[in-house]
Write a protein that binds this ligand. Sequence first.
Ligand code: NAD
Length: 253
Amino acid sequence: MANDLDFTGRTALVTGAASGIGAACARWLDAHGVKRLVLVDMDDAGLSLLELGCEVEQIIGSVGDADLWERIAPTLVGLDHAVVNAGIGGSGALGEHDLDTWRRVMNVNLDGAFYSMRAAIAAMKASGGGSIVFTSSITGIKPVPGIGAYGVAKAGVAHMARIAAADHANDQIRVNAIAPGGVDTAIWESSEDFRNSVAAHGRDATLKGMAATTPRGSFATPDEIAGNIGYLLSDAAANITGHVLVSDGGYSL
Ligand code: NAD
């Protein structure tokens, strides 16, 4: 019987690969036989820490820079899979956002996802098809007070996946998204409230407190989310496109 989670001979793009969910996806794909990874991140030191056995091409730059995607198009020749994942945190009431906050979050989390997807689709059309998974968020589905532009961008990402799935089904390209609840990654360090709580109570107690409203009682690990993404990318999900997979430990119930 064929192993539908086998990525032998495949090429995959992962954005935001230096940390958290993206790094876990790079490791997951490597462990499942991928031949070549194109890893995009602004953090070159973080990318260099990844220990991978496959061929790796590191691209240092911002996903929100449209010119970056023109420059790296040649490295995407033969692309089979893409994890459109890079993102930054953001918080605050929507009505109190200044334009800089709005644009900064939208540039990385929404424009960057669009540029990444567009480059991946161009490469996949040339190579006869492929699959893409976007990292959205449960905050793109459930309105959470104080999540601001971040939640708006993540709702856009989830719907972008569904529209792209409809647009490119005939190109043999599947497009899905994952909507994680809380995941234990470095993204939380950008929140002042989080940093203050860690200083006062420690990281474990802070994460446990934040997960108190999640039936599971804990955040996901990056490896758990990478496994979900890997499944959606894989041939095991060949019949799934335009789906937004909620992986939130029951938070949104
Ligand atoms: P993380 O901070 O550990 O990783 C994010 C990575 O993206 C970092 O390596 C960072 O350098 C990179 N990055 C940020 N801006 C970039 C840019 N402009 N260009 C290129 N790379 C950039 O966080 P994470 O939790 O692994 O985040 C991955 C994705 O998961 C994000 O889209 C995030 O919004 C989403 N997400 C996270 C959670 C969570 O609780 N951690 C929940 C739902 C969704």
